[in-house]
Design a protein around this ligand. Sequence first.
Ligand code: NDP
Length: 330
Amino acid sequence: GLEVRLAERPHGWPTENTFEFAEVPVPTPGPGQLVVRNAVMSVDPSMRGRMVDRRSYVPPFQLGKPLEGGAAGEIVASEAPDFAVGEHVVHRLGWREYAVVDADAAIRVDPTEAPLSAYLGVLGMTGMTAYVGLLDIAQFRAGDTVFISGAAGAVGSIAGQLAKRYGAARVIGSAGSAEKVRHLVADLGFDAAFNYKDGPVAEQLAAAAPDGIDVYFDNVGGDHLEAALGVMRDFGRIACCGAISAYNAEQPPPGPRNLFFIVSKRLSLRGFIVIDHPERRADFLRDVGALLRDGSITHRETVRHGLRAAPQALLDMMRGENIGKMLVTL
Ligand code: NDP
């Protein structure tokens, strides 16, 4: 099977030299392991962080070794008593056609209840990030006015719809194109949206949120965070989910200039990583699954085909070519 490896560590934006392809024999499972033929895999901003050789909440990718990311596929060999050939699982070893997965790192999923791709997005890691970030981290309450950056992406599009369905007074989104702004308002039910490339974020946000905001769901950092701090109401809450505006920067960008608002407005900012919240998985699947089934929320996917298209899919996602969840089918 084919696999995608890290060929060199990027400085700034990854290039074609960052990746290399290799053909390896189809593996056999050891005791307690499965071999999964990956059918679809997730393309995530966090992969950029793992290309850097530094300590973080997940280990960095190793040069000459395959990249990793969420994937779903069919079990083709099993040495684990709880998993049978022909069943489907989600796991963390994408970016290769065949993965050897420890049974305790695999989650069984049912492709007759939802397509496999949904278990990587709306019913998977990114959907759960939206759920945990909004409800547990930002402590969302009905009646809040909510601002979400990266709103047309996998996490943001679900966070915004959940806020709306759970009784937000007003949900405002930012995204990087006119088509995305239209999508947020027309398809996802946001009350207002703006294209951050049209002008200063602070000005556009102030116009969209004349009475201020209670909750900011931050996917972008940088100028978006500074703008949100400027319009936060007293005792507002910020869920720090990501800072994609800086992931490909060669130098760390300057921080918000108005951090004193954290003090004067008595704000709470809290960072989180979704993998620390497995105890919420059952609640998430129950609640978001129900909203999905009854049509109260929708989700989009942007799908590329074939492992050879995966490096470009990662670059395209970071450039904003995706609407909703970016995926690669194998
Ligand atoms: P998305 O589907 O949102 O794709 C990334 C999007 O980021 C692009 O579509 C692009 O949309 C936007 N973007 C890229 N560059 C910039 C920029 N300079 N300024 C503003 N927007 C930009 O990805 P995900 O939903 O998977 O992830 C969203 C965020 O959530 C990321 O920050 C990610 O790191 C974080 N995350 C955090 C997790 C956690 O546990 N804390 C788990 C999963 C994700 P546009 O056209 O609008 O620019």
